[in-house]
Design a protein around this ligand. Structure first.
Ligand code: LRH
Length: 484
């Protein structure tokens, strides 16, 4: 099979990308792109998972239209959200979005029953209010009682296409229910949720061959013959697989999309007290790796600004407008929960600036500038923290994903962090997804080799740090903003 398709669905958009290996280069072709987002109903936020399934079918039909008769296929999406399946194999509920506010005070309730230290020692996963652990804890018990299996979003999409049920490990680790020692679901945490191991399917590693897309579906929709391969189904896991090798340099990645995931890849988790205090996570990666990282609020902030402006400006235009504004005038602590899903992001940003006695951004360009400056400063803080926690200096920052196109943010990151920034590839997630398919089906030794191929296949842009005036004063101001 020489056609490999990545289904890569993020919180704001999805795509089907066709990948081919030719002359030691990976060629990508986007065959279908669609928007995604949660919608509010009766005060709750849900994803439309049936729509996502329909988009996969539509994309596969297009692939056949382009002459793809046979392919392998991998699926990745965002993490932590899940689908309950009943005894008849049917979906029980609409799928809640992790930005739904139902988990707002759940962490405290769980903490009253099991200490955060114990949870961290067991799982190594950072405390985020929307982790599946907290979502399941607050889930309607009557609905949960009816659940025969609990699948994560990509697990469910694989299941719908083939009837094959599994829980893929990279995504399963974001539930905060996996135990680092046993490498299985943790019994105490399951007991806390009144769940049994049988509520989950077999933990499955990226690279496993799962099944063919059902014959009935292929016939009904006139699809290519598709062999499903288990991808690193957590989009961040795939994205980090798509980061090119940097021989001989010590680098950190920022996977920049709706979230900015900032960290390093390790062969062992770091789940000590300092890592817990700093709230770093150890998400499981493909091929026995761990991503030691921090979630930074990321492009969500600017996506919301764009939405509130009725999509009048493209992302490129917003970055250009921001580039023409005075820098570092107003700063926000990006990771404050107030920015997770506010009623109006622009107003929330203005309020935060007002409350902290800073200049209140009036125009959209000023708001955008405030966001990019604050993101670059967040990267500065977290990279320094990462160096301390890992005990390894970081010389270079590799920004991948959609955000690597944002020249302003890449340059600001280089300037503020004082490190070289290497930007690209933009499609790191689709590439990481395809990388697993290539390793499984082609003569490629493993992730190191495939990352080399990725580095040779795409242009990577370098941003060198420029000297900043009044840097000390800026960092002092930033430290005060972080205290808010
Ligand atoms: C990025 C991402 C991230 C998770 C969040 C829920 O899309 O998967 O890694 O923390 O969404």
């Amino acid at each position: 099979m020489f056609n490999h398709i990545a289904v890569d669905i993020g919180a704001s958009s999805g795509r089907l990308v066709l990948g081919r290996l030719e002359d030691d280069k990976i060629l990508l072709e986007e065959i279908h792109r669609f928007s995604n987002g949660f919608t509010e109903r009766n005060g709750s936020c849900f994803w439309d998972i049936d729509y996502l399934y329909d988009q996969i079918i539509a994309g596969l039909q297009k692939a056949k239209g382009c002459g793809v008769l046979k392919c392998t296929l991998g699926i990745d999406t965002w993490a932590v959200d899940y689908v309950l399946i009943d005894e008849n194999g049917e979906k029980i509920q609409d799928v809640y979005s992790y930005r739904d506010n139902r988990t707002e005070n759940t962490m405290e309730k769980v903490t009253a029953q099991i200490s955060p230290e114990e949870v961290y020692t067991k799982t190594g996963i950072q405390q985020l209010s929307f982790n599946t652990l907290y979502q399941l804890y607050i889930h309607d018990p009557l609905e949960l009682e009816k659940a025969y299996k609990i699948l994560m979003v990509p697990d469910y999409l694989y299941y719908k296409l083939s009837g094959h049920m599994m829980n893929e490990v990279t995504n399963a680790s974001t539930t905060q229910l996996l135990n680092l020692q046993t490498r299985d679901y943790d019994t105490d945490l399951l007991n806390l949720l009144h769940l049994k191991r049988e509520h989950f399917a077999a933990l499955t590693e990226p690279g496993e061959v799962l099944a063919f897309v059902s014959e009935a579906i292929v016939q009904q929709y006139d699809l290519p013959e598709c062999l499903l391969i288990c991808a690193a189904t957590h989009d961040t896991a795939s994205s980090v697989l798509g980061v090119p090798v940097q021989e001989g340099r010590s680098s950190a990645f920022i996977s920049s999309g709706t979230w900015s995931l900032l960290g390093v890849e390790l062969s062992h988790p770091i789940n000590n007290h300092d890592a817990m205090k700093a709230n770093y996570t150890n998400e499981w990666g493909a091929f026995g790796t761990y991503r030691f990282l921090k979630n930074v609020m990321g492009m969500w902030l600017i996506q919301e600004v764009r939405r509130l402006g009725d999509y009048r400006y493209s992302f490129a235009e917003l970055a250009e407008l921001a580039a023409n504004e005075e820098g570092f005038r107003s700063l926000i602590p990006c990771n404050h929960p107030r920015f997770l899903n506010p009623l109006n992001m622009i107003e929330e940003i203005r309020r935060a600036c007002l409350e902290s006695g800073q200049h209140v951004p009036t125009t959209i360009s000023q708001v955008a500038r405030c966001i990019f400056d604050s993101l670059a400063l967040s990267y500065y803080s977290y990279l320094n923290e990462l160096e301390e926690l890992t005990g390894t200096p970081i010389d270079v920052v590799q920004i991948v994903g959609g955000g690597s196109n944002n020249e302003l943010l890449c340059q600001l990151t280089a300037d503020v962090t004082g490190r070289e920034v290497l930007a690209g590839p933009t499609e790191s997630t689709a590439l990481g997804n395809i990388a697993v398919q290539l390793i499984r089906t082609r003569d490629i030794s493993g992730i190191h080799e495939v990352r080399k191929i990725i580095g040779n296949s795409f242009e990577i842009k370098s941003y060198l740090p420029r000297k900043m005036a009044n840097f000390k004063e800026l960092i002092n101001r930033w430290s005060l903003v972080l205290l808010l």
